[in-house]
Design a protein around this ligand. Structure first.
Ligand code: SF4
Length: 208
């Protein structure tokens, strides 16, 4: 496995941040199973977690006026560094109030941090995108292998329901190719019941 200090990378005109490789899941469809990087980036396996200053230096080394959106994503679960992500997002917003800031998360923020985290997202993130993956807690555990077991699915739903009070946009996401038509309908129902959007995305195949 090649390692680097690739903290920022560009995907479809958006600036992505890679701040940790820690994750509470081992999803079978994770892009990390495909190689060391994503979308032509350098390796996203970090030599070590970057400091706040290193992350801000990397972000501000780009012309942010060229990016409509900044995305905390990773090669890992960014809420393992929620305090740092909130700090960085707020520093970026001070200088660039118009840039949209999104966090892509597995929704285990409360379990990972051991507290009710939803209020902390206010003023830092414009969009919270939570991986739903499947409508069933049992199936979630079969394909995502969470360290939190079958409670992980219920926790992400509860988090989605809470965080929508603190950020403008919350969406649940799932990989289309991994779901049956019936499961897609159930995902739509869950999203509607929670009052959040559903984003059905394509599977990202291994880079050749
Ligand atoms: S939660 Fe995300 S980063 Fe973690 S294993 Fe699943 S797809 Fe990969």
């Amino acid at each position: 496995m090649k390692k680097s200090m690739c903290i920022t990378y560009v995907v479809e005109g958006k600036l992505y941040l890679n701040i940790t490789n820690k994750c509470s899941n081992r999803c079978e469809f994770c892009i990390r199973n495909n190689g060391d990087g994503a979308y032509g980036s350098d390796s996203l396996w970090l030599e070590r977690e970057p400091t706040r200053e290193e992350i801000l230096d990397s972000v501000f080394s780009h012309d942010l006026s060229a990016f409509p959106e900044l995305v905390f994503c990773g090669y890992g679960e960014p809420t393992y560094r929620l305090d740092d992500a909130v700090y960085i997002a707020k520093r970026v917003k001070e200088k660039h109030p118009d840039i949209k800031i999104r966090i892509n998360t597995n929704g285990h923020s409360d379990l990972i941090n051991g507290r009710k985290t939803a209020p902390e997202y206010e003023g830092a993130f414009d969009i919270v995108s939570i991986s739903l993956n499947t409508p069933s807690a049992e199936r979630y555990q079969q394909i995502c292998h969470s360290v939190f077991g079958e409670s992980a699915h219920g926790a992400l739903l509860a988090f989605a329901g809470k965080v929508k009070s603190y950020v403008p946009t919350v969406c649940l996401s799932a990989v289309k190719e991994t779901l049956t038509p019936e499961e897609i309908e159930l995902c739509k129902q869950i999203s509607a019941d929670l009052g959040v959007n559903l984003r059905l995305r394509d599977y990202i195949p291994p880079e050749s």
